[in-house]
Write a protein that binds this ligand. Structure first.
Ligand SMILES: NC(=O)c1ccc[n+]([C@@H]2O[C@H](COP(=O)([O-])OP(=O)(O)OC[C@H]3O[C@@H](n4cnc5c(N)ncnc54)[C@H](O)[C@@H]3O)[C@@H](O)[C@H]2O)c1
Ligand SMILES: [Zn+2]
Length: 364
């Protein structure tokens, strides 16, 4: 029998549970019933996930006493916009969803962000449940209540903080996730280890085979550990007044790399892996992180087949794109730099020449 992990995100009256359990479907009705029995439920999912898990999920929700309908969108970031949200609203109106109804996000981060935003805004806010299906969504986007969509001008420019009422994570769903998407989730897991948890970092280093072979019990432990780390950060700083910014380790460089690539030639997790390598190089140059730790980070990323360098990128363009990142404060770019494995600091941007040098070393 696989082990079950139950965690709580402490946010006063908006607190909620995260359940991590392989083959959760056997118990899912038990968890879901208190939230959905007698209510209308709209499943939001993409075509890929719907083909694999849509029918089964609808059956589980019906079995828990809900009246179920679904809205399905084309998989991928290009769907994450207001046009798709409008389709969700239309479906909700057609199905006569009201303030007591509920949205279920079944999918990766794109799905969770959009379903959450729809739930935050439909009838001024209705409940929603996260059933993440990608590793990235399991360890990151399904927890914490950031929801939203992209505008042509940039990613996640429209959104709301809206917490789910429950997060149900079944690591078994990872068995159908493409390998490159799995690697992207692993990059986020390394991020948590470097910023907050040296023990987790060691656990990853010592269990490369289990990670590569998708050992589900091992993944359950790792996923719940990352959710606990994120839950702690979010409980202390729900709206990113300070601490929550550390979750952006590797992301200031990574987002800029994604922007320069036009969001189509590199996956998010790959970009942040390179971003973390650059941030570590910079910290080594500044004398705040030792080279041995930077090498450990690089070795772990390589062992998990994540990129640590890129070819043919223009360092000037990456630096310029960093200036457009919405995480700026008072016009200054904030950098999350490692101090040692398991601890980071938030620093203002280093000098331009040094920044260019570290980016160029990894990206050209
Ligand atoms: N809200 C937050 O705090 C937060 C945090 C990090 C990222 N995000 C957002 O998350 C998004 C990225 O999420 P993602 O990487 O999960 O992308 P995604 O939702 O597009 O999923 C990646 C791909 O995997 C497929 N897929 C998902 N689960 C599957 C499964 N079990 N089996 C087979 N295929 C499966 C999807 O159909 C899709 O094609 C971005 O839009 C990003 O902005 C949000
Ligand atoms: Zn990320």
């Amino acid at each position: 029998m696989s082990k079950k992990h139950v965690l709580k995100v402490e946010l006063g009256e908006r607190s909620y549970d995260i359940i991590v359990q392989p083959s959760i479907s056997r118990d899912a009705e038990f968890y879901l019933k208190p939230f959905i029995s007698g209510r209308k439920c709209l499943i939001v999912t993409d075509h890929t996930v719907n083909d694999i898990y849509g029918h089964k999920t609808a059956k589980t929700l019906s079995g828990s006493g809900a009246k179920v309908s679904s809205v399905v969108f084309k998989a991928g970031e290009t769907s994450k916009n207001l046009d798709t949200i409008r389709e969700f609203y239309q479906k909700a109106v057609n199905e006569e969803l009201d303030r007591s109804s509920l949205v279920v996000a079944l999918g990766g981060g794109v799905c969770g962000d959009m379903a959450g935003f729809m739930a935050a805004t439909y009838m001024r806010g209705i409940d929603f449940i996260q059933i993440p299906t990608s590793l990235l969504a399991m360890v990151d986007s399904s927890v914490g209540g950031k929801t939203g969509v992209d505008l042509p001008e940039g990613k996640n420019l429209v959104g709301a903080f809206w917490q789910p009422v429950l997060v149900l994570i079944d690591p078994e769903l990872l068995e159908t996730l493409p390998a490159n998407e799995l690697r992207c989730g692993l990059a986020e897991i390394i991020k948590y280890a470097v910023i907050l948890d040296a023990e987790l970092f060691e656990l990853l280093e010592n269990n490369i085979e289990k990670l590569k072979k998708l050992d589900l019990d091992f993944y359950s432990g790792i996923i719940s550990r990352c959710c606990r780390l994120k839950a702690e950060v979010v409980s202390k700083d729900e709206r990113e007044g300070g601490l929550r910014a550390i979750l952006n380790y590797g992301h200031t460089f990574g987002h800029a790399i994604e922007a320069v690539s036009g969001y189509n030639s590199i996956l998010h997790g790959e970009a942040i892996a390179v971003g973390m390598a650059i941030a570590a190089d910079l910290a080594v140059k500044l004398g705040t992180f030792d080279k041995t730790s930077a090498d450990r980070q690089e070795k772990l990323m390589k062992a998990l087949e994540l990129p640590v360098t890129l070819k043919n990128y223009d360092a000037e363009k990456i630096l310029e794109a960093m200036g457009n990142d919405k995480k700026k404060q008072d016009g200054k770019i904030k950098l999350i730099l490692p101090e040692k494995i398991g601890s980071v600091s938030i620093s203002p941007c280093a000098d331009r020449k040094l920044m260019l040098e570290v980016i160029r070393n990894r990206c050209s």
